[in-house]
Design a protein around this ligand. Structure first.
Ligand code: PGA
Length: 250
């Protein structure tokens, strides 16, 4: 069976470099041969964590482990204050990047058109993009059909004119993120199936992760589905003990 992927999304955490390094080291020790682990961290920590990661690799201790970024700008370089593009990320050893997280859409005003530009750039640069999609609560209230329609429309816009590239999709219903109230495993699996079918013609067998209030108790319920290839974990990835439970539960 293909390995599952558990990806951590640290968001704007922790608040110091020393803490970030401690957390990375604790998480890097967690092993499960059935699981690949990806740690996505704030870009300012990537140099330090990249160095720690390279040390692990040199010592043969990094099997199944990778580091990623939480966002990338769509321009490689130039007068874009605060921008961090895929080339800069690559130079720090990054091969994965989260794109279009709902918090970026909400707090940083990212539109589908901007997400599309980012997807084009990171895929052209050979990175693996974890594209986040998911419906707001008002849409889910209208039922499964409406939620699926919303997500299909997001995929169409975010992946417009993109034909190839390494794409993973994270289904993250907005109402489930950080809420302690996840989607039901059944709804998550149904959506994962819709996403795979929608993209099969273009990208082959796309991996789909579920994200939104995943913890050590419920992770196994999602990952047991044949259509769910792993999890994107926010809050619970900041506690090494809880993250370990997630990885061990698979
Ligand atoms: P959460 O966040 O696990 O804290 O719900 C998931 C995410 O936003 O990626």
């Amino acid at each position: 069976m293909a390995k599952k992927l558990v990806a951590a999304n640290w968001k704007e955490n922790p608040s110091t470099k020393a803490h970030a390094l401690r957390l990375f080291k604790a998480v890097a020790e967690i092993r499960n041969p059935r699981v690949n682990v990806l740690i996505c961290v704030p870009s300012v920590f990537l140099e330090e964590i990249g160095a720690a990661y390279r040390t692990l690799r040199r010592d043969g201790q990094a099997g199944g482990l990778a580091i990623g970024a939480e966002d990338a700008f769509w321009e490689e370089r130039g007068p874009f204050t605060g921008g961090v593009g895929p080339k800069i990320l690559r130079s720090l050893g990054v091969r994965y990047v989260i794109i279009g997280h709902s918090e970026r859409r909400k707090w940083f005003g990212e539109t589908d058109a901007m997400v599309n530009l980012k997807m084009k750039r990171v895929l052209a640069d050979g990175l693996t993009a974890i594209l986040c999609v998911g419906e707001p609560r008002a849409v889910r209230r209208k039922g499964r059909r409406a939620a699926e329609e919303f997500v299909r429309s997001q995929l169409a816009k975010d992946l417009q004119h993109i034909r190839t590239g390494k794409v993973i999709v994270a289904y993250e219903p907005i109402w489930a993120i950080g809420a302690g109230r996840p989607a039901s495993p059944d709804d998550a699996a149904a959506m994962a199936c819709v996403i795979k079918k929608t993209l099969a013609g273009r990208f082959g067998n796309v991996k789909v992760l579920y994200g939104g209030s995943v913890d050590g108790v419920n992770a196994g319920d999602y990952i047991a589905s044949k259509d769910i290839d792993g999890a994107l974990v926010g809050g619970a990835s900041l506690r090494a003990g809880e993250f370990k439970k997630i990885i061990k539960s698979i």
